[in-house]
Design a protein around this ligand. Structure first.
Ligand code: MG
Length: 304
């Protein structure tokens, strides 16, 4: 039996990070069903939507309707991305109680993404965080490009640490370290965790790895070995990053992490069979198979 300190908590990012990076738009009822079904499978933290400009991210233009449609289960964290104060206020009106802000550990990436260097981007997000906290909301911080930047290449750990310090200072509770383009290798993970946990403690660190080079699971397991107990994953492995390259694989699949940890002291408590049900349904809605290998293997055992 896993004890609470060892259990790995999944932060499901499919409904936001996954769908945002997929060209087709899911209907609002399908998004609501996706979120409710994921929570019913045992997910206790889920990134539900984003409050960004609809012309920038048309896939998530229905954040208000999605938040109104889902069944709120007590104790579950429903998180929404809010890049600015206007987004935060929209999230608040939609009844969201946790928002996520993001900043890259690389000036070049921040300039490309939000038209500001890292310190300017952090100042903008500090305003969002300050207002969120004043409204009684929690704030999750995403640090992107922690193991590499598509523009500047190598990202020094000290640059990641500086962003973690800034996010801690602005009041972020959980800080998720993202290998946005998925170039990291397992041996790079422990030093990253050690340096950032020295600032905020491993219990406030999450990791967010991508499968561009097939390292999403290996890197996540390395983080778990290093003491991290919160891991971002996406149903089916949906997601990715426009900068990771054409045809790049997406986030680590929720099914793959749940499978990897099943029966260990780190067991996530999420029902893998129900995830496979969701995967099969979602693949039908999207009209294509989703990348998760565990789900594909388990689904094929159901046939015949
Ligand atoms: Mg991602």
């Amino acid at each position: 039996m896993a004890n609470a300190d060892e259990t790995v908590k999944i932060i499901e990012v499919g409904p936001r990070d996954g769908l945002q990076n997929y060209p087709a738009v899911l209907s609002t009822p399908d998004k609501v069903r996706l979120i409710d079904d994921l929570v019913a499978s045992g997910i206790t933290a889920i990134e539900a939507t984003s409050f960004v400009r609809a012309d920038r991210v048309p896939q998530l233009a229905d954040g208000v309707e999605v938040c109104a449609g889902i069944q709120r289960v007590p104790g579950v964290r429903y998180i929404a991305l809010a890049p600015n104060v206007r987004g935060l206020e929209a999230a608040r009106s939609a009844g969201v109680d946790e928002v996520a802000v993001f900043a890259a550990a690389s000036d070049e990436f921040n300039r490309s993404n939000v038209g500001r260097n890292t310190s300017e981007a952090l100042a903008m997000f500090a305003d969002v965080a300050r207002e969120a906290i004043a409204l009684g909301m929690s704030v999750r911080g995403y640090v992107s490009t922690v193991l590499g930047c598509p523009f500047s290449g190598h990202v020094p750990i000290s640059d990641v640490v500086a962003v973690v310090e800034a996010m801690d200072a602005m009041g972020c509770d959980e800080i998720s370290l993202g290998d946005t383009i998925g170039v990291g290798r397992p041996h790079q993970v422990a030093p990253l965790i050690e340096a950032t946990a020295a600032v905020v403690g491993t219990d406030r660190i999450a990791v967010h790895f991508h499968d561009t080079y097939g390292m999403g699971l290996a890197n996540s397991m390395a983080a778990v070995e290093a003491g991290v107990r919160s891991v971002d994953t996406s149903i089916g492995g949906l997601g990715g990053c426009p900068f990771a390259g054409r045809g790049a694989k997406g986030n680590l699949a929720t099914e793959d992490l749940v499978y990897a940890l099943q029966g260990s002291v780190h067991d996530t408590g999420v029902d893998l069979d129900r995830l496979v049900d969701i995967n099969i349904w979602l693949a039908g809605v999207m009209g294509r198979p989703l990348p998760s290998r565990s789900a594909a293997a388990l689904a094929s055992k159901r046939d015949g």
